[in-house]
Design a protein around this ligand. Structure first.
Ligand code: AMP
Length: 225
């Protein structure tokens, strides 16, 4: 497996809801030694905190909508300024619109992105996966009704409660997939034109997809400079 990473890796992961981005990003973060920055996790933490901002965000998320570009750009710009992201990062869930992608270019002008991964899984498959998805309300670890935690919906990692996300209801999922098609898919030609897009097949066993991702990302990183 190619693995010539001597400099930080600045990666973006996008793909449909339920494509396995969260699970794979945790694994890629461990492999490449970069922080996993998930805007969904950051927003869920703000919602759980219960501030006026968090409550507003929760309302939008529970309905399957998108938080405004201005808010998201501010949140991500601040996060990328933190010390642990100075070398590299794995950005999960951002950008989700072309205006967010344009702003990310500005934010990262002095340390440009290396690879933008499109984790490809069809709509039919993700609908099946999302309705089975369960998540730890405390640490965000993903499970499914097919592979639940060892003890009675108690997280194997932190002991938190494992629940269904409020935005994983069928109604919210359909809304999110429609938004993905109209708002996020235009990022494919956007990043293709910059030569950054790396399409990766997201179908298969979790380990198999991780190996596929590590290999294609490492190959791409090896040729970047
Ligand atoms: P995720 O965990 O990535 O599926 O994100 C969960 C929810 O957080 C989304 O359905 C949106 O409501 C919100 N969200 C996360 N990232 C973004 C983003 N980049 N732009 C707008 N809304 C976002």
């Amino acid at each position: 497996m190619a693995d010539n990473v001597t400099d930080g890796a600045r990666l973006v992961m996008f793909g449909r809801q339920g494509a396995g981005k969260g699970t794979q990003c945790v694994r890629l973060a461990a492999h490449f030694g970069e922080p996993h920055i998930s805007t969904g996790d950051m927003l869920r933490a703000a919602a759980a905190f219960g501030s006026p901002f968090g409550l507003k965000v929760k309302e939008i998320m529970d309905a399957g909508g998108l938080v405004s570009d201005d808010v998201m750009i501010g949140v991500v710009a601040e996060r990328l300024d933190e010390a642990d992201a100075s070398r590299g990062y794995i950005l999960d869930g951002f950008p989700r619109t072309v205006p967010q992608g344009e702003k990310l270019d500005v934010i990262t002008a002095d340390r440009p992105l290396d690879v933008v991964i499109n984790l490809d899984v069809s709509e039919d498959v993700v609908i099946g996966r999302i309705t089975k998805r369960r998540v730890c309300a405390t640490c965000g670890t993903n499970y499914s009704t097919d592979s639940p935690p060892t003890h009675d919906w108690t997280c194997d990692v932190c002991g938190g409660h494992v629940v269904q996300r409020p935005d994983d209801t069928e109604e919210a999922v359909l809304e999110r997939l429609a938004l993905y098609a109209s708002e996020t898919l235009p990022l494919v030609p956007f990043y293709e034109a910059k030569g950054l897009l790396l399409p990766v097949d997201g179908i298969g066993e979790t380990d198999e997809v991780t190996d596929r991702l590590v290999e294609s990302i490492s190959d791409r990183l090896a040729t970047r400079r």
